[in-house]
Design a protein around this ligand. Sequence first.
Ligand SMILES: Nc1ncnc2c1ncn2[C@@H]1O[C@H](COP(=O)(O)OP(=O)(O)OP(=O)(O)O)[C@@H](O)[C@H]1O
Length: 239
Amino acid sequence: MLLLRNVTYSINGRKILEEINMRFKEGMSYSILGPNGAGKSTIAYILMGVIKPTGGKVLLDERDITPLSITERAKLGITLLWQEPARYDGITVEEYLTLGGKLSVDKEEVREVLEVVGLPYELYHSRFVDKSLSGGERKRVELASILLLKPKYAILDEPDSGLDITAGELIDDILDHLRRIGTTVILITHHEDIARKTEFSYFVCGGKVIRKGFSDEVVEYYKRACGKCPLLEVVSDGH
Ligand SMILES: Nc1ncnc2c1ncn2[C@@H]1O[C@H](COP(=O)(O)OP(=O)(O)OP(=O)(O)O)[C@@H](O)[C@H]1O
């Protein structure tokens, strides 16, 4: 189980996160739902070790992993899909996905994950992961790389951003694939239809957890708040 215990994060005297408590159980899927600026990506960075919390702890199976780096956490099976994936000159899609051959996977596995993300192997395996790939294609390659790594925990920061009308279906296929291999999914989004695809959700706003529970219930609450922060606005039933 991956856990955030009383996590706070401040920068330049401004509190970005306040007493965040979250639990991610093995094999389950979770959304972190909330409006722009709620603190969702900050939570993702703290889980991945990109930044360290000002207070509180990150625990993995009761071990305190707060001091561990991104690389050390990756070795423990935690991965992050960045909101804006980077591009690399001179590296092909296949080289990128197999970490230059270091990842022990065969061509069929590469073909399978590329199919899941909607990129036919023959058309894409020898393309370069540089500016010649569109933003959406780059995002799909990054999603394929997460499927291939078979992580214990996949943190997906806005996996649908920059994708076309097929995004909903793609997210379904990715979640199905990750469920089959037992990966715990932590999906960050401000779209209620995407959050509904996971079993549980946390509604975060103003750096706090406002609501948690089954995704359908949390999404209904989020809709009543019109995706805005109920700390700032009065939420009225029937609105
Ligand atoms: N390094 C930083 N310096 C100053 N403010 C920061 C820093 N990092 C984050 N913030 C602020 O913290 C708040 C939360 O940011 P965060 O990126 O976590 O939000 P988010 O919920 O992921 O938003 P979005 O949906 O727009 O991506 C924002 O108001 C942001 O401006």
